[in-house]
Design a protein around this ligand. Structure first.
Ligand code: DX5
Ligand code: ZN
Length: 214
């Protein structure tokens, strides 16, 4: 499954970007929220997200790269969000409570791990998660180079999920391209977030179709 990341889209023409995304085979739309604190960058906020959500026909996968993401659960829910991802590093102290709050709001709950965060920190929460998002780059920017160790991490996470007989999906975000996508699926990934490799292409809709056909 593919989730195009709107971060690399043409922000002057979001409507036409969403038109082709709606028509595409992409499974979800991935939306990156940044605060300039948890990550050294700022993307878009709720006024923009609301407009995007209005026209988006795909399930929305929101990736909160912010401190205290639990403060915004109602706003994320109001977008009609399907999956809300919070960064483990931003709310690890009461992660179990945050995951419950996301569920109580009626959304699927995902937890994102930065490249340097080991998967073992999820051992006692994995059974409650709908998804684990493994970062393939340090979060904050599109178009970065994939960190190869992410592949090993994907395999180990797949093993953990199987051993614990959990249902969590594995999503990979950052640096995904046509050269590593197949390996990641073979390593156990269910859904790949793709930004630059789609929106940086001459024809993004065609590039997306190539990823979806893998
Ligand atoms: C990075 C974001 C990603 C980003 C991926 O911090 O979380 O979703 O858009 O972009 P690419 O595919 O260009 O690495
Ligand atoms: Zn993301």
């Amino acid at each position: 499954m593919i989730a195009p990341s709107l971060l690399s889209a043409d922000f002057l023409h979001l409507e036409s970007e969403l038109e082709w995304i709606n028509r595409s085979q992409a499974e979800w739309l991935h939306l990156d929220v940044m605060d300039g604190v948890f990550v050294p960058n700022i993307s878009f906020g709720f006024p923009v997200l609301k407009q995007i959500a209005k026209v988006c026909e795909k399930p929305i996968d929101v990736h909160m790269m912010i401190v205290e993401p639990q403060k915004f659960i109602p706003e994320v829910k109001a977008l009609g969000t399907y999956m809300m991802n919070v960064q483990y590093e931003a709310c690890m102290t009461h992660l179990h409570r945050v995951v419950n709050q996301i569920h109580e709001a009626g959304m699927k709950a995902g937890v994102t791990l930065n490249p340097s965060t080991p998967i073992c920190v999820l051992e006692d929460i994995i059974q409650d998660l709908d998804m684990v998002l493994l970062m393939g780059v340090n979060p904050g920017f599109g178009g970065q180079k994939f960190i190869p160790h992410t592949l090993e991490k994907t395999r180990a996470l797949r093993k953990m999920i199987q051993q614990k007989e959990c249902h969590a999906l594995i999503e990979i975000d950052g640096g995904v391209n046509m050269d590593n996508a197949k390996m990641l699926y073979e390593g156990g990934a269910d859904i790949l977030v793709v930004g630059n490799a789609i929106f940086g292409a001459e024809n993004p809709a065609e590039a997306c179709a190539r990823f979806c056909a893998l």
